[in-house]
Design a protein around this ligand. Sequence first.
Ligand SMILES: Cc1cc2nc3c(=O)[nH]c(=O)nc-3n(C[C@H](O)[C@H](O)[C@H](O)COP(=O)(O)OP(=O)(O)OC[C@H]3O[C@@H](n4cnc5c(N)ncnc54)[C@H](O)[C@@H]3O)c2cc1C
Length: 356
Amino acid sequence: MRRLTGRKAVPQVFIGDDHIGGYEDFLVLDAKGEIDARFGRKRKPAPAKVEIQDLLIIGAGPAGMTAAVYAARKGLSTVIISDQLGGQPALTATIENYMGYQFITGPELMARFEAQTRRYPGVALAAGEEAIRLELDGRMKKAITESGKIFTGRAAIIASGKRSRTLNVPGEHDYIGRGVSYCATCDAPLYAGESVLVAGGGNSALEAALELAALCPRVHLVSLSEPTGDEILLGKVMAETRILKHLLWRLSEIKGDGKEVTAAGITSADGARREEVPVKAVFVEIGLHPNSAFAVDLVRLNRAGEIEVDSDCCTGVPGIFAAGDVTQVRDKQIIVAAGEGAKAALSAQEYLLSQR
Ligand SMILES: Cc1cc2nc3c(=O)[nH]c(=O)nc-3n(C[C@H](O)[C@H](O)[C@H](O)COP(=O)(O)OP(=O)(O)OC[C@H]3O[C@@H](n4cnc5c(N)ncnc54)[C@H](O)[C@@H]3O)c2cc1C
């Protein structure tokens, strides 16, 4: 076998005198629909062209883009599949804790990440593609997207981060983008001079309330519990007279005139009292949810829906790695996500070497 193939791994597949390669190479041939032709059989209707990459990366945030750069520098052909570019920092106003920059806006930092990623011709960027399923096909990994495309790779890194949680109160879904927002940093300027409401009591809600108070005369902060954010933020919120605190109250309804939000119903935690506050916008800031649903049948998730990985970003499924906010790694920060992305790419490279 060594003499015929020059390889030192089993199995090695031959069709007639043709050396196909290892099992993985056979799968590639199968994925390309070329097996019949190799056996001299009539070809089935031409299958869609399948390109096999070394590495699929799902998500183009700090973790995904860093992983892509590390993978490219190891010579791995890589495709990043992402419904958006830049991840959460693309929606963050100021970043003061990413090393190398004392101050940088989120969009500017992520534009730099993207430019660095695009410098490598081995990295293809499939932007606007949302993965709806990640599955195994033999040793191949297949990502199926909402648009119906199938991306095939020898290894995959899940770097799909987190997205805002919804409250699912009446009216919320009807008015998304018409007064209901999940990103104060993005949408606050649209409601300058208006009365608005922020639902939530953690850091994101406190930050949102302060950001809005700089633009709006009245900001209703509605939190079902005592606020749990950082002391410094909490102090600022408590001192800000434009923020009206409704603590131990919950947002129970969002009302509108069919076109835009006009008011919000709030209910006391014990349900005894209900009020209606006239507002033009409701900012739902109740935390984030991991984007792991497309891999739920494949990898192990914790109770919060985060993918469980070991210290090398391995999920336990051979060839599938995960990095950043979508994992159980404690600290959800850009620098941590980028570092985990680098680790995941190096682990993927080691896995691919072991498969040769
Ligand atoms: C308001 C706010 C302020 C923050 N401020 C800071 C800060 O100052 N400093 C700091 O260090 N951190 C900050 N963070 C945290 C930081 O943004 C995250 O820790 C970091 O972005 C995580 O990176 P990630 O790559 O893991 O995920 P994300 O940034 O969430 O990126 C995930 C990517 O995956 C894509 N994706 C998701 N699902 C799919 C799918 N099914 N198919 C295809 N693509 C998909 C998304 O579109 C996105 O491109 C902040 C977060 C928020 C919300």
